[in-house]
Design a protein. Structure first.
Length: 118
């Protein structure tokens, strides 16, 4: 399974970005997916997750109401729409995939950097 994240960049506070993560080498629709982030000097944290069918979604409290995770199984892609960005959202964002019934995320993308200036 290969995951390729893209869409990061530099944005001013209050702006928006849309991250994409394209999967290959697998049947994408079987995998629960997630976005994590890691800010400098901090531990990696779960930002949002979505089930294989998209019928259940969870968000970290810090992004609720601002970020939206979605997936297009026909395009083998998961997205993270980020609105009302804050400087504290600055981090490297990683997409991750879980094998069915796995307790942990098994596959990771290379990360895409998001910088929010104040």
């Amino acid at each position: 399974v290969q995951l390729q994240a893209s869409g990061g960049g530099l944005v001013q506070a209050g702006g928006s970005l849309r991250l994409s993560c394209a999967a290959s080498g697998t049947i994408f629709s079987i995998h629960p997916m997630a976005w994590y982030r890691q800010a400098p000097g901090k531990q990696r944290e779960l930002v949002a997750s979505i089930t294989s069918t998209g019928n259940s979604i969870n968000y970290a409290d810090s992004v609720k109401g601002r970020f939206t995770i979605s997936r297009d199984n026909a395009k083998n892609t998961v997205y993270l729409q980020m609105n009302s960005l804050k400087p504290e959202d600055t981090a490297v964002y990683y997409c991750a995939a879980k094998r069915p019934f796995s307790s942990d995320y098994d596959y990771w993308g290379q990360g895409t950097e998001v910088t929010v200036s104040s």
